[in-house]
Design a protein around this ligand. Structure first.
Ligand code: SF4
Length: 346
């Protein structure tokens, strides 16, 4: 055996996953590297990186390495492990045996996943559905068989890729154990989508979202308050609400625009050709979006970018991953936004 354990436990871990997957201590499994589109002008996530689909053999090797790590941790944890089969003592003993684990990029993630009960997994990176259907199904089956404690698997997916897959393919992927798709809508306004080079129209987003639901997936749609700027805030709000209402996903998640340094949109904002909304302007836009929204979704503000304050100086809107249930809590959100506007929208 490799004395450092580097080879025995070698697996890749990407950087990005939704906050809700961090909160639930998800296992991160890397199916592809980076983003196959990579043109959105507000996004700096994978800008300098080349997209690659990893082979099924390579991904299975990662899963095998994780299984070996689980088994070795469990073996050393037996004297003190509780419930989850691993323990701090076990981790310390294994690191003592293989000190290189201190520098393993995925060890802490994997250990915390086991400690939390090993229940959820997230497939990285930006668009796992771009894999060939039979390959994705094979990976999902292998992952589920290797880690039977997993009860939920999620991934990022582009609406255009979902729209291009056949319903039968989507059903096969869902049936193989992929439960939830996280999709970046950003805006339902075609002019805004074109301006930020999202590579999908409102109609493609509706088609992709409806198809994902018809295939049986749980669906999380992300939108970006402020993305229309001063020039198109009203169309951005109305059309985003229209598209989300047509899809009616399980979750709608707010990610207010913050120009990412070095991105084309940040450059436009610096030059003044894109005029950012003020915090109060963003809140007014949010109010119109919520007012127009006709869904049965949970609307979530589960990211620190939803910075608006209430009259006590605390967060105006809950950062909970489960958010607010529409339509029941729609008025509650509108009342909270009115409170935020009264204190200046900061
Ligand atoms: S599709 Fe997603 S990851 Fe890719 S460039 Fe656009 S926002 Fe970034």
């Amino acid at each position: 055996m490799n004395p450092s354990g580097v080879e025995r436990y070698a697996f890749e871990t990407g950087i990005y996953r939704p906050p809700s997957e961090g909160g639930s201590d998800s296992l991160l499994i890397r199916l592809t590297r980076n983003c196959p589109w990579n043109h959105c002008t507000f996004c700096g996530m994978y800008k300098t990186e080349k997209f690659q689909v990893r082979s099924v053999a390579e991904i299975k090797k990662d899963i095998d390495a994780m299984a070996a790590l689980r088994d070795d941790l469990a073996a050393l944890s037996r004297p003190s492990g509780q419930g989850t089969g691993v323990s701090h003592d076990g981790a310390v003993a294994l690191i003592g045996k293989y000190p290189a684990l201190n520098h393993h990029p995925g060890f802490a993630m994997f250990y915390h996943w086991l400690l939390s009960g090993g229940q959820t997994a997230f497939l990285q990176d930006a668009n796992s559905l771009i894999m060939k259907t039979d390959q994705l199904v094979e990976v999902l089956a292998y992952l589920r068989a290797t880690f039977p404690t997993i009860s939920r698997v999620t991934t990022y997916a582009r609406a255009k890729t979902i729209a291009q897959k056949s319903l039968d393919d989507l059903k096969a992927i869902c049936g193989a154990g992929l439960d939830r798709l996280h999709v970046g809508l950003e805006s339902g306004d075609d002019a805004v989508l074109e301006h930020v080079r999202k590579g999908a129209t409102a109609e493609i987003h509706i088609k992709g979202g409806q198809k994902a639901l018809a295939a049986g997936f749980q669906l999380s749609e992300y939108w970006m308050p402020g993305l229309g700027g001063q020039a198109r805030w009203e169309q951005h709000a109305r059309n985003t609400a229209r598209v989300l209402s047509a899809i009616d996903p399980h979750y709608i998640r707010s990610r207010p625009l913050r120009p990412w340094p070095g991105t084309p949109l940040a450059g436009e904002a610096a030059k003044g050709s894109f005029e950012m909304l003020t915090p109060a302007g963003q809140l007014r836009e949010l109010r119109l979006t919520m007012q127009e929204l006709s869904v049965n979704s949970r609307v979530c503000f589960d990211h620190a970018g939803n910075y608006w304050k209430n009259r006590h100086g605390g967060h105006l809107l809950s950062l909970s991953y489960e958010g607010y249930q529409f339509p029941r809590e729609k008025q509650k959100i509108l009342d909270l936004i009115d409170e935020g506007l009264k204190v200046g929208g900061q």
